[in-house]
Ligand binder design. Structure first.
Ligand code: HEC
Ligand code: HEC
Ligand code: HEC
Ligand code: HEC
Ligand code: HEC
Ligand code: HEC
Length: 212
């Protein structure tokens, strides 16, 4: 629990460090790969969701966005860097000006689990379930938000999960399947409780990601 201090310190320092080059008056660089902290980037580097859709309207990306929860970010009062496609993909102007250069937009598969998760945690760290994620066994083992959740994949289930619980968990924890089939205590395979009834996949202050 003492770890919370260093996390909030990091939250203050990161935006400052990244804001410096733009403050020096240089042409702001395109969001280089891995530059996951872009919230302080000048508003003029953002183009807005309608512009993204003008080229991506036929992609699954735009459809899943419209049907998912994140269109609601368009109402985020903190400003353009918190809204729409660019709240996750970062400022899009350089990508648009270049006619769609992939290296000038944040692409999640290119990010480490930690950097990808940082983008999500900017909004979700205050969710009750997520407060321990930054130091969870999952993140420290390289399992980030987008290992379990997907924004655009068409096979997503409830809560933007890539598969339902327990299948999602079994996909990496095969070893628990025989154990739980043997145990008459845990009706997991009968679908009565999920693994997340006992574990918090987002991290917990108890060991073994246990909720209590
Ligand atoms: C002028 C048209 C255009 C606009 C506007 C545009 N894009 Fe793109 N985008 C493209 C093209 C073309 C590609 C594919 C490039 C390739 O395959 O090399 C692409 C690729 C991407 C990729 C990478 C896809 C992959 O395969 O990994 C992402 C992510 C992306 N765009 C997001 C956005 C976002 C977010 C916006 C708004 C900020 C946006 N785009 C606006 C044309 C556009
Ligand atoms: C909540 C964060 C988030 C928002 C908002 C978001 N994306 Fe994505 N995007 C992702 C993630 C994560 C991936 C990696 C693939 C996945 O997890 O589905 C991705 C992948 C993509 C890709 C690569 C191709 C694909 O389908 O995998 C494109 C293109 C794209 N996004 C465009 C957009 C556009 C256009 C918008 C707005 C209409 C948008 N995204 C909004 C997180 C987001
Ligand atoms: C700008 C803030 C913001 C960012 C960044 C963001 N989200 Fe969200 N997210 C939201 C909002 C707002 C909702 C809708 C909450 C509601 O409906 O009450 C939401 C909802 C969700 C849900 C719940 C879906 C459901 O059906 O209950 C999941 C899962 C989620 N986000 C995952 C992610 C992931 C993963 C990322 C990073 C790739 C991410 N979010 C980035 C603001 C954000
Ligand atoms: C190991 C898999 C896993 C990882 C990693 C993960 N999640 Fe989840 N997430 C789940 C499962 C399973 C659920 C549904 C059960 C639950 O609510 O605990 C869920 C639910 C959620 C919800 C909905 C909560 C609600 O009350 O409805 C949000 C929002 C969310 N996750 C965001 C995130 C964010 C943001 C990250 C990264 C910081 C993340 N998740 C990482 C598996 C994961
Ligand atoms: C009824 C509650 C309960 C359910 C349901 C449950 N677990 Fe557990 N799990 C536990 C407890 C308690 C421990 C700690 C046991 C110990 O330390 O000996 C544990 C430990 C673990 C461990 C760590 C094992 C180790 O040796 O360190 C993993 C991984 C795990 N569970 C995954 C899962 C998965 C995946 C599911 C769903 C298929 C699941 N659990 C369902 C209660 C549960
Ligand atoms: C993308 C792969 C992946 C998915 C999906 C996944 N895990 Fe894990 N999980 C890991 C890795 C890697 C570790 C760390 C190594 C280990 O302890 O086995 C881990 C560790 C754990 C631990 C042990 C924590 C500790 O303190 O020892 C538990 C419990 C656990 N996961 C539960 C779950 C549950 C519940 C789900 C489904 C909601 C899930 N995992 C989904 C990869 C995954």
């Amino acid at each position: 629990m003492h770890l919370r201090i260093s996390r909030s310190a990091a939250l203050f320092l990161l935006p400052l460090a990244l804001a410096l080059p733009t403050a020096a008056g240089q042409k702001p660089a395109a969001p280089a790969k891995g530059v996951e902290d872009f919230r302080e980037t000048s508003a003029s580097e953002f183009v807005g969701t309608d512009t993204c859709k003008s080229c991506h309207e036929h992609d699954a990306a735009s459809r899943s966005y419209d049907h998912g929860p994140h269109w609601k970010t368009e109402r985020d009062v903190r400003g353009v860097s918190w809204q729409g496609c660019e709240t996750c993909h970062g400022p899009g102007k350089a990508h648009v000006d270049s006619g769609g250069d992939k290296s000038k937009i944040i692409r999640f598969p290119e990010l480490t689990a930690e950097k990808a998760s940082r983008i999500c945690l900017d909004c979700h760290e205050t969710d009750e379930d997520n407060t321990a994620f930054a130091h969870s066994r999952h993140l420290t083992a390289g399992v980030g938000c987008t290992s379990c959740h997907s924004e655009h994949k068409t096979q997503v289930v409830l809560k933007q999960l890539q598969a339902s619980d327990p299948e999602l968990c079994y996909s990496c924890h095969q070893e628990t399947r025989p154990e739980l089939s043997r145990s008459f205590h845990d009706p997991v395979n009968e679908g009565l409780v999920g693994c997340s009834s006992c574990h918090n996949p987002h991290g917990a202050f108890q060991s073994k990601l246990l909720r209590s």
